[in-house]
Design a protein around this ligand. Sequence first.
Ligand code: PLP
Length: 416
Amino acid sequence: MRLLPCRGYNACLSRGTSIDCKLGGMIRVTMFADRTKWNLAANRLSEAFARHRAAVKTLVDLTDSNSTECGFVYDQRAILEALQNPAALEYKPEPQGLVSARKAVAEYYAERGVNVQVGDIFLTTSTSEAYSYAFRLLCNPGDEILIPAPSYPLFDFLADIQDVKVVRYPLVYDHGWQIDFHVLERAITPRTRAILVVHPNNPTGHFTKRAEVEKLSAICAERALALVVDEVFLDFCLGAERPASFAGNAEALTFTLSGISKICGLPQMKVAWLAVSGPQKSKSEAKARLEVIADTFLSMNAPVQLALPEFLSQGRPFQKQLMERVRRNLAELDRRLGLQKACTRLELEGGWYAVLRVPATLSDEDLALALLNEKSVYVHPGSFYDFPREGFLIVSLISREAEFSPGLASLLQFFL
Ligand SMILES: Cc1ncc(COP(=O)(O)O)c(C=O)c1O
């Protein structure tokens, strides 16, 4: 059951129950590692969603963020031809990934004004895998990573699997989002290993500002922490000028993560990367250790690596279509919000989502359930993304306009 944007994992799970077994009638042991002690029962919202689907009820899914199912036009021929490179018949084990593929990634950054060396790039099958490399490199079991709240819900699972503890630092909203540095600095302990940033953040759609980048880098440099920066939505900027990538950050050891899942709308092709930057000494040591991790898995397959230059060249037309859709849906959202007074939206600077502020008459999850049951509209509750209080719902701006507009109308009608 998919509950979160574009993922195949069971993010509808909560954490906490274990499956125990009895041995010899006396000793109670669990067969499985504590790190997988998730509550495997589906939550109420995912159950209701499944019931709706099973009953073939008409449902407007305003969480849809699988770009391959949203009616975007892909150059199918070019994509499929790129996968047929005869060079894929040879096995060339390269821990960091094929040079030709990494050159294409370096070119991606060069087009964004950042000089990233081919030798500083590590290819992975997903951003999730890139996170796992970074966490494995930086953390002993029980070490801590600071993560933003609200943000991408997968971090808890990624951290659990790597035996890492996540500690949240708040993003505060006041006509735009910013990092609460006071709380962030207080959250740093001797076990903290890294600060994680999502740039722009999912689902708030705000970019990390220049002054924040400088402050984060200074904190990390001073306390020997790393910066782990997720830039999968970097190219989806609503403003005239796209904020800079962290990939060139030399002030602190920085791991910049991205991939074609979002920037080219090709999540099924499984190509992502991690670019290492920072002071020379820590950067060289990080790369040497990362190379061993990457060499142990050699997880990249030949056909997609050889196809990566073509895939990346498909990024621009995809992003153009997607941003046109986001702009149209956002305009429609604002038009409909202007016709009522109960709901508003938070400011956003980019990304694929909008955050609605709604009357907190029920918990966010109950509101999402009621919307599903009474209006057949599916949205994500803010609690999925760790909003600090009730009254927030998240909608995807990449849904087809023909669904988005009536879905939104039903949603807003609910609050009248
Ligand atoms: C912030 C963020 N990072 C990473 C991903 C997923 O990237 P990948 O498919 O490369 O693991 C997502 C998907 O929704 C995301 O929202």
